[in-house]
Design a binder for this molecule. Structure first.
Ligand SMILES: [Zn+2]
Length: 346
């Protein structure tokens, strides 16, 4: 897609366009936002504009630089197909979804070589917040002495988890975008099982408990995956003969980090549930399906919408808001869930 067209969809990109036109492109960018897909599209478009052969020919003359990509030259096509040797992507690897020191070394080694046939070497680090302490420190060195004609683009949906020193050395662009795509990709599957327990004829108490089970299962899965990934980040770089006091300190830090991340994840999960309940409510008012957050759950949502009245369905959304507020206080989680979710009008 041409850059101008993409800007009309993702207005934040206009900031990049203007800095390209003024010849003020930085070495390192941090793209943040809730929707990873938007961040990746932005990064790919940036790489194309910086390397488009048609734009290079056009901008060769005296006229002002035009920040655009043609989408048809060999450079644009190879970037789109992920086949451009000078335009590389790093993504978290392994079960732990960590960006490893090996991946960082590869980046540093090739970044210092001249581009093969591009004007700019462009490295995008997807989920940059997944660097472990070693890779983050290694990367910091590259940020401090960036090679010429290179561009590093860090993408993060959780920029708070990046080192301050990394954040402060990057030009940050925030892509507000919609949360919807992330909600869909991460929460549709369990919501479907949840909804499945509640559709059928009237949902009795047993069905509600089954649905509650699905939710609890999802929460405990979230907690253990957070524990797994953070344990690696907090404890993996300690030497074998670590001082027990240091170990204890790291362990406390780990526990606090797990709790904070779990709370964030839990709140996201209930937000997803709230949006689904909103879908049901909207369908009860015969809203168009194109407004749904979870279009794939349309059939199940519509079934619920057909048997519960609009007003009690709206109550459900309020109930979820109340639940979220209750969880912010130190109320016991399972109790709060039971109290609120068993009251849902289904
Ligand atoms: Zn092109």
């Amino acid at each position: 897609m041409a850059f101008a067209e993409l800007i009309s969809q993702i207005p934040t990109l206009d900031i990049l366009k203007r800095s390209i036109e003024r010849g003020r492109v930085g070495h390192a960018y941090l793209f943040t936002g809730a929707d990873r897909t938007v961040l990746e599209r932005a990064s790919r478009a940036f790489a194309k504009v910086m390397n488009c052969e048609a734009a290079e020919a056009r901008n060769g003359g005296e006229s002002a630089i035009v920040a655009e990509c043609c989408d048809h030259c060999s450079s644009c096509e190879r970037i789109e197909a992920n086949h451009h040797g000078d335009v590389q992507w790093i993504r978290p690897e392994s079960k732990m979804r960590i960006i490893t020191i090996q991946q960082m070394r590869q980046l540093m080694d090739t970044l210092h070589l001249k581009p093969n046939d591009a004007r700019y070497k462009v490295w995008t680090i997807v989920d940059a917040d997944r660097m472990n302490p070693q890779s983050a420190n290694a990367f910091l060195k590259t940020l401090e002495e960036p090679p010429g004609n290179s561009l590093m683009i860090l993408l993060s949906t959780q920029p708070d988890r990046l080192l301050d020193t990394i954040r402060s050395r990057c030009l940050r662009l925030n892509f507000p975008g919609e949360q919807t795509a992330t909600l869909r990709s991460e929460h549709q599957a369990w919501l479907e099982s949840f909804a499945q327990q509640l559709t059928g004829k009237d949902s009795g108490m047993l069905d509600r408990y089954k649905a509650l089970d699905v939710l609890m299962g999802q929460l405990s899965e979230a907690r253990s995956s957070i524990e797994d990934s953070l344990r690696d980040r907090f404890l993996s770089d300690l030497p074998d003969d670590v001082d027990p006091k240091m170990l204890e300190k790291r362990d406390l830090e780990l526990k606090a980090a797990v709790e904070a991340e779990y709370r964030r994840k839990r709140s996201e999960l209930f937000t997803a549930l709230e949006w689904w309940l909103r879908d049901v409510w909207m369908l009860s008012m015969h809203a168009d399906a194109s407004f749904l957050t979870f279009p794939d759950l349309h059939a199940r949502s519509a079934e619920l919408a057909s048997r519960v009245a609009t007003k009690p369905l709206l109550e459900n959304i309020r109930l979820l808001e109340k639940l979220q507020r209750a969880l912010h206080t130190n109320v016991q989680e399972s109790l709060a869930l039971e109290v609120h979710l068993l009251k849902l009008n289904l």
